[in-house]
Design a protein around this ligand. Structure first.
Ligand SMILES: C[S@@+](CC[C@H](N)C(=O)[O-])C[C@H]1O[C@@H](n2cnc3c(N)ncnc32)[C@H](O)[C@@H]1O
Length: 318
């Protein structure tokens, strides 16, 4: 296996890496170098501690900008992982408003304004609409989200996500490799999906800026459009996490682990408990419905189409 660089965008607590690295080590496919793109200094410390629990993990290089993350002079092929990263990038929300003449509609961007307060204290915020079309409107038009027949009254476009996807495609085009994107969203999004989460509950987006996680569904169709600007690069999207993992053999793997649990000489009660936990974990990642991740999360891959169809995407047109 050729040496490669593993880049994770937004590693969070580092949990994905501490699960993934020992597994790829067993397959003798460890990355020669590891780059973590992380904006938060607190999370970098958490990631550092998590990685320190592994033996033989490559020493990570942290990057605080995308350019830093992608500018490793070693020119090895790259495997890029972005799990719940694109949903954290800022989106532009656009609203359809009637024109002054009333004959046709126009698009305006939702902006944040400070509420004039006669008793200044904590600033309060409110949403307003731009007076004229902004560059985000032009971007949405360029990706065909806004067409004369668009029936939706609210749309989103994520300029950061699109430019990130394009830069990943350019990097993979130059150095070889692939990017795996796992996130919630779909190929064709409509409406305003921006929401704020605080302590696992949905909260007012404007209430405490900086203290809640603001997220929006990922428009994989827009990312695909961005990638298509790079010759021979393509984004395969968006298959459900359930379908992707089943195609990669998740059910067979589940049965293998279950058999190995039953074959231990532990007590019946302990075996039952471990099988129950295994089933619960399996259901959480491949199960359907809002309470599970199987159909809510989608998987997309950016790769060079000359390399063939990525695993899990055969027989898909997207
Ligand atoms: C929801 S967490 C993802 C967690 C992790 N990937 C996982 O699978 O558990 C989002 C991550 O992206 C990082 N992040 C969000 N926006 C970012 C940005 N603009 N630049 C760099 N990192 C960012 C956050 O700090 C966090 O590590």
């Amino acid at each position: 296996m050729r040496d490669f660089e593993l880049i994770e965008l937004g590693p969070g607590t580092g949990r994905l890496l501490t699960d993934l690295l020992p597994t790829v080590q067993k397959l003798r496919a460890s990355p020669a170098s590891l780059t973590l793109f992380e904006a938060s200094s607190e999370l970098r410390q958490v990631q550092s501690k998590a990685l320190a629990t592994l033996s033989n993990a490559p020493k990570p290089r942290w990057a605080s900008t995308l350019s830093e993350a992608l500018d490793n002079p070693n020119e090895q092929p790259v495997i890029i992982i972005a799990h719940e990263f694109f949903d954290a990038l800022p989106v532009h929300v656009l609203h359809k408003v009637p024109s002054k003449t009333g004959t046709e509609s126009q698009w305006r961007e939702q902006l944040v304004d400070i509420v004039e307060d006669p008793n200044p204290g904590e600033p309060q915020f409110r949403f307003v609409l731009s007076r004229a079309a902004t560059p985000a409107v032009a971007l949405a038009q360029s990706v065909c989200t806004i067409q004369p027949q668009t029936d939706s009254k609210v749309l989103e476009v994520c300029a950061d996500g699109m430019s990130t996807a394009r830069r990943l495609a350019e990097l993979i085009h130059r150095r070889g490799g692939a990017a795996l994107i796992i996130d919630y969203g779909s190929d064709t999004l409509r409406g305003n999906t921006v929401r704020a989460l605080s302590k696992h509950a949905i909260t007012d987006v404007l209430a405490s800026p900086g203290e809640s996680d603001i997220t929006a569904d990922v428009n994989f169709g827009h990312l695909r459009h961005a990638v298509s600007g790079v010759p021979s690069m393509r984004l395969w999207s968006s298959i459900s996490q359930r379908e992707f993992l089943l195609r990669l053999g998740a059910a067979e793997r589940f049965r293998m682990i279950a058999r190995s649990v039953v074959a231990t000489d532990e007590s019946d009660e302990e075996i039952d408990n471990r099988l129950l936990r295994l089933q619960q974990d399996y259901d959480r990642i491949v199960g359907v419905g809002e309470q599970n991740m199987g159909t809510v999360y989608k998987v997309a891959v950016i790769a060079n189409e000359k390399e063939g169809v990525p695993f899990g995407f055969a027989n898909r047109s997207g």
